[in-house]
Design a protein around this ligand. Structure first.
Ligand SMILES: [Zn+2]
Length: 512
């Protein structure tokens, strides 16, 4: 009986665990068996590894080969185990020495031709290996930059099983770095300078960015709802290094490209309204994969034509909106993914989209228009501090504003950053970072009352403002004060916040 051993990392969501891959060769009829809770896809690794070893000039043992993945209680899935299985088999064969494998994690999918291909989840896996004190990580060459984002571990990139064997034998494997892709180099965020007109909606976007408020744009097609939503990430502050690493780890887990520079800009996800619940919040058969809400973690989730989303999909957003994470229980494991996103919704005024448009006839019945507005449920609307209606702009107005340049994102982002700094200074002792997070009781009891709070009381007495509306007005008033650089909201901030809110309450009453 001959033994070989390599190490890899098991991933259940972002939770990573070091996995020992033990291979025993000998006795029994020639066949290969993988034990230790592999899923169906991982069981197929046998065929891939066997072929790759053969085409790379080594021999797959003509005996019983048992591959044991330990700890056995941890459910395992993913093609990234291939490389570690190959390494352990080569060690059992005596083709490579065992010594170098003891202080390394080996990851990557193997092709039948012996090539080492990128696999999902390399970043979170290498993070765990480094945390556990493993000295070396061997990854597919195209993922070297991704793996090198992790500090405190030596990363080696190999292109094939032959190179992997050479590296383990201590032979010279030239250090190479894959080229930076042109897409990565040219990536630029869309700029607010490209959007003409809609001054009120731009202002609403700036307030939303400054206070991290969820936002709801309403208006006919073509008025710029999507243009503005796409530009929200561009005026948000940079991610902290810790958040950026988490965002990159989620991308890695989804099999998306992660470059060699930690992306510090907030992500943006805009799933289509036909998206399934699983692709929106995460899902899958054995171990759940992240969905759009996790890809939008620490960034912006934009749902265009929100009434067209299935009610189940919208309902599934409720918990993550409250807790900032999603728990997905599947047959093999229960997985948790972070999902703290800023929500931007957009809706047409009616199903055909023509309601209120000049020169176009709306064909919807009044009931259809009302039902359309009601498809976004109360619990979701409760979380949205700002609702803004965009109107169609006349051609003459657009010609006029088209000649003067709009303010660029950089200028708005600077004001947003200052407003965020003021909030952080005021709210961090209370355990919050942004105005949007502050619950009603804290607003009313622990923070100083805005000047002109009497205006809010009057609006409530007159029945113009509901109880939940009061909290929203207070939050917006604080964000306006933070943007203006004053310590406590002024009377005019409360007035503006009330005016912004009043239109929404009227709309909600009309709809309800
Ligand atoms: Zn219509």
């Amino acid at each position: 009986m001959r033994l070989g051993r390599a190490r890899s990392v098991g991933l259940v969501g972002l939770r990573a665990t070091l996995v020992d891959v033990e291979v025993s060769v000998g006795g029994g009829l020639p066949r290969t068996q993988i034990v230790g809770l592999p899923d169906a896809a991982l069981s197929e690794a046998k065929a891939r590894c066997r072929a790759a070893v053969g085409t790379s000039g080594f021999e797959w043992p003509q005996h019983l080969v048992i591959v044991n993945l330990s700890p056995a209680s941890l459910p395992k899935s993913g093609t990234h185990f291939d490389a570690s299985i190959v390494a352990a088999v080569l060690a059992a064969n005596g083709s490579v020495p065992q010594t170098r494998l003891d202080d390394a994690v080996v990851m990557g999918e193997v092709g039948l031709d012996g090539a080492l291909r990128p696999a999902r989840g390399v970043l979170p896996a290498v993070l765990e290996a480094a945390r556990a004190g493993v000295g070396h990580a061997i990854v597919p060459l195209p993922q070297v930059r991704e793996a090198r984002l992790v500090e405190g571990i030596r990363v080696h990139g190999v292109a094939s099983v032959s190179e992997l064997a050479a590296l383990l034998r201590g032979e010279d494997v030239p250090e190479r770095l894959p080229d930076v892709t042109p897409i990565e180099a040219a990536r630029r965020e869309p700029d607010l300078a490209d959007v003409a007109g809609q001054p009120e909606a731009r202002w609403a976007l700036e307030i939303a960015a400054a206070g991290a408020h969820h936002l709801y744009f309403k208006g006919p097609p073509g008025v710029g709802k999507t243009l503005l939503a796409e530009r929200l990430p561009g005026i948000l502050p940079d991610l902290t290094p810790v958040d950026a690493l988490e965002v990159a780890a989620i991308r890695s887990l989804c099999g998306l490209h992660v470059g060699g520079v930690l992306p510090r800009r907030p992500p943006y996800a805009a799933p289509h309204h036909s998206a399934s619940v699983a692709s929106l919040v995460g899902g899958g058969s054995s171990i759940a994969q992240p969905g759009a809400i996790s890809l939008a973690h620490r960034g912006v989730l934009f749902l265009d034509e929100v009434p067209e989303f299935s009610p189940t999909a919208l309902e599934a957003l409720r918990t993550p909106l409250e807790s900032g994470r999603i728990e997905l229980a599947r047959s093999r494991a229960s997985t948790q993914y972070p999902a703290r996103f800023q929500l931007v919704l957009a809706a047409n005024p009616c199903p055909c989209g023509n309601y209120g448009l000049k020169g176009l006839a709306c064909t919807c019945t009044p009931q259809a228009i009302r039902r359309y507005g009601e498809r976004v449920s109360g619990p979701i609307l409760d979380r949205i501090d700002i609702q803004q209606t965009l109107k169609q702009m006349s051609q003459s107005y657009l010609r006029r504003v088209g000649r003067t340049a709009s303010e660029p994102s950089a200028a708005v982002a600077a004001r947003v950053a200052e407003a965020r700094a003021r909030q952080a200074a005021r709210l961090s002792p209370l355990g919050f970072a942004t105005n949007a997070e502050v619950p009603g009781p804290v607003l009313r009891q622990e923070l100083p009352l805005p000047l002109g709070i009497g205006l809010v009381d009057e609006a409530v007495t007159r029945g113009q403002l509901s109880a939940r509306g009061v909290d929203k007005v207070m939050r917006i008033a604080w964000t306006l004060a933070d943007l203006a650089g004053v310590g406590v909201p002024r009377r005019q901030d409360v007035q503006t916040a009330l005016a912004m809110r009043r239109g929404d309450e009227l709309a909600e009453v009309r709809c309800g």
